[in-house]
Structures are given as structure tokens and as C-alpha cells.
Write a protein that binds this ligand. Structure first.
Ligand code: KIV
Length: 369
């Protein structure tokens, strides 16, 4: 069996030894183990498993079983290879939960990064991000709009599902889009429920302070953990007259402080502070019992969040002051794609190492003469 899976999936021997055990496990148990990070899966493995479990494609499966093991790729049944992911100690993969996030208040800073798909979720989770926010910033960085207002609950559900598949340890937060929670607390409950039930997020985030307190209390009472968001609230871009730092004047700062207290009292488990002076963020952080996660709010918060496209330097034209770019992936991506264009045009790609060989001898695809 191990041999068969090795040939079918192209995984390492050590990994292959684990797979028969996984195949023998009941589906629910296996899914639970995958969720808990005890079994690692790769797309090719999942396909192999589907074949093995359902008996789909049984002729092809039998042919592969009969085929001798060989380094010759004419017998390699896999279209691509599943690579054994880098080992991460299971202690480091203990899932991040609402209680652990609450408990982080005043201790090691929390790290939140936005993510919109499974691949980025996987990268950021592997890097150790504690929370992955499926932010409505996807309206700007994924959909290319000038603001976040056009994002729908369906969009968030779709991207949450992808992120939830890529995340192993991180807590996944689904952002509630504009007008999905402002109309009535009941509508907010239905939409937040969808983000958890269909999107597989672990909690939701919504913008607003005192005015949102009853809605937060309603969701929390229904068992939906809520992350609040005050200060610069991008869904109010038109009311603010643009994406502007908030709370610079005393009156405005006092309102934001009151907002922070109101959402904490309503039961929010954490609070995003966006676009406010560092002193105000420090004061709020010292005052409220829940962790604050800052973006453009200085270093005194209990955690920090950045949009992944910003921190990786994927956004070409927007460079807000509060963003630090840890990579220049836009520039590097352009350079790599340029090289691809030129290799294709010069017929240097694909090379022999990227080209499949046909059968030799009497079963040859193309006759010798
Ligand atoms: O949508 C988003 O990405 C956000 C973060 C900037 C906090 O709300």
C-alpha cells in the first residue's frame, strides 16, 4: 500500500508510511486530525485519497499498481509532486483561540495579518502569525476598488473558506462588510453566522464604537466572538472625508476612547485601533481590558496588524506612512515574469527537464520512422 501511494502521489517514503494509516482512519476522525494539524495534506495526496476511497478511476489505479517503480518519468503517474512541508513542532501549532487572544493582553504582542486565499494563509501561518484577518480591504487589494464599500458577505464567505483551508494554527477573523451589520442586530447576526458557518471563520470583526455596542452584545450572546474596530474606520471613508488620521483633537480623542470602552463593555474580545495618534492608542490600551491591535496606531498596542500585500510590497502605488515593507514582491514579481516572457519568446522554456517523455518501444506515442 505504501508503495502504491508513493508511486501515485510521489511523496517521500516517510510521508507515504503515514498515508495508509490516514486512509484507514474514519473520514471524520481524519478531518479532525487534519484540522488539528496532526496530518499534513497536499493537493496531490487529497486527489490520491479521493481515488483510493471512492474507487474512482479504478482502471487507471490498477494500471499504476502494476507499473514497476522507476525513475523514468514515463511511469510517474503524478502530474506534480506533493512536497513534504517543512516540519513545524506540534506545540507551535496549538490553535490560537479567543481565550488565548484575550490572555495575551499586556504580554507578548499579538500578530495579525490580512489574508485572502489559502496560499497566503499557509505562508503567514507558517511564519507564525497569530490571527489571519479576511479583511474587507480585499475590495481594494483583490478587487482593485478605491475603497472597501462594494465588498459583499458572499465575497467574505468565499475568501474566508479559502483562508480557513490554508490556516493551521492561526485564528481566522472574517470582516463584516459595509451594511451587513449596521441595519439591525438581527441582520448582523444572520450575516455573522454565515461568515462562521459557511466561511469557517472563528470570529468576526466590525467597525464602529458606541453605536455598535448593542449589535456586538447581540452577536456575543449568540456565541459569535467579535473583534471591534475604532478610530479610522474605512467603511466611513465618505463621512471622514477620506482616509484620515482620527483623534488628533481632544474632543475626537475622547469620543474614540469612549468608543473603545463601549465595545469592550459590550463583550468584544479584541479591538483594532486604526489611524490614531500613538499617545491615544497607548491610553486606550492601558484603559481597556481587551487586547488592542494597532494599524497606524504606534507601538504601544497589544498587537499589530498589516495588510499582507503592503508588508510584502505587492501594492505598487500606495505607500501609507504606517506601512513597513518587508519585501518588494511587486518589483520581484515583475522581474520574474519578464524573465519568463523572454525565455518563452527565445524558446528557452520549457527545457527538457520540464517536458514529459512518451512510452518507448512498441507503445510509443510517435512512431520511430
Ligand atoms: O480590512 C482590513 O484589512 C482591515 C485592517 C486594515 C484592520 O480592517
Amino acid at each position: 500500500m505504501a508503495d502504491f501511494v508513493t508511486r501515485l502521489v510521489g511523496v517521500s517514503n516517510q510521508h507515504a508510511l503515514e498515508i495508509p494509516r490516514q486512509l484507514g482512519a474514519a473520514g471524520g476522525t481524519e478531518r479532525a486530525m487534519v484540522r488539528a494539524g496532526r496530518i499534513r495534506t497536499a493537493p496531490c495526496y487529497r486527489e490520491a485519497r479521493a481515488v483510493a476511497w471512492t474507487g474512482m478511476d479504478s482502471a487507471a489505479t490498477e494500471a499504476r499498481r502494476q507499473a514497476p517503480l522507476s525513475h523514468d518519468d514515463t511511469h510517474d503517474a503524478s502530474y506534480g509532486r506533493a512536497v513534504d512541508p517543512s516540519p513545524t513542532p506540534s506545540t507551535e501549532r496549538t490553535p490560537v483561540t479567543v481565550p488565548t487572544i484575550r490572555a495575551a493582553k499586556g504580554s507578548v504582542p499579538l500578530v495579525m495579518v490580512t489574508a485572502y486565499d489559502a496560499t497566503f494563509a499557509r505562508i503567514l501561518d507558517e511564519a507564525g502569525a497569530d490571527l489571519l484577518l479576511v479583511g474587507d480591504s480585499l475590495g481594494m487589494v483583490i478587487q482593485g476598488n478605491a475603497d472597501t464599500l462594494g465588498v459583499t458577505v458572499d465575497d467574505i464567505v468565499y475568501h474566508c473558506r479559502a483562508v480557513a483551508r490554508g490556516a493551521r494554527r492561526a485564528h481566522v477573523v472574517g470582516d463584516m462588510p459595509f451594511l451587513s451589520y449596521q441595519v439591525t442586530p438581527e441582520e448582523a447576526l444572520r450575516n455573522a453566522g454565515r461568515i462562521l458557518a459557511q466561511g469557517r471563520a472563528h470570529s468576526v470583526k466590525l467597525e464602529g464604537g458606541q453605536v455598535m455596542a448593542p449589535t456586538i452584545a447581540r452577536l456575543v450572546a449568540a456565541g459569535i466572538p467579535v473583534m471591534a474596530h475604532v478610530g479610522l474606520t474605512p467603511q466611513s471613508v465618505h463621512a471622514m472625508g477620506g482616509f484620515r488620521v482620527q483623534g488628533r483633537e481632544r474632543e475626537d480623542a475622547e469620543r474614540i476612547l469612549a468608543d473603545a470602552h463601549a465595545v469592550a463593555d459590550a463583550g468584544a474580545y479584541a479591538l483594532v485601533l486604526e489611524g490614531i495618534p500613538g499617545e491615544l492608542a497607548a491610553r486606550i490600551t492601558a484603559d481597556v481590558a481587551i487586547p488592542t491591535i494597532g494599524i497606524g496606531a504606534g507601538v504601544e498596542c497589544d498587537g499589530q496588524v498589516l495588510v499582507c500585500y503592503d508588508l510584502l510590497g505587492l501594492t505598487a502605488d500606495l505607500r501609507p506612512k504606517f506601512v513597513k515593507r518587508y519585501e518588494q514582491l511587486f518589483d520581484r514579481g515583475v522581474a520574474a515574469a519578464r524573465e519568463f516572457c523572454s525565455e518563452v519568446r527565445a524558446r528557452r522554456f520549457p527545457g527538457p527537464e520540464h517536458t514529459f517523455a512518451g512510452r518507448k518501444g512498441p507503445r510509443a506515442v510517435v512512431s520511430a520512422g
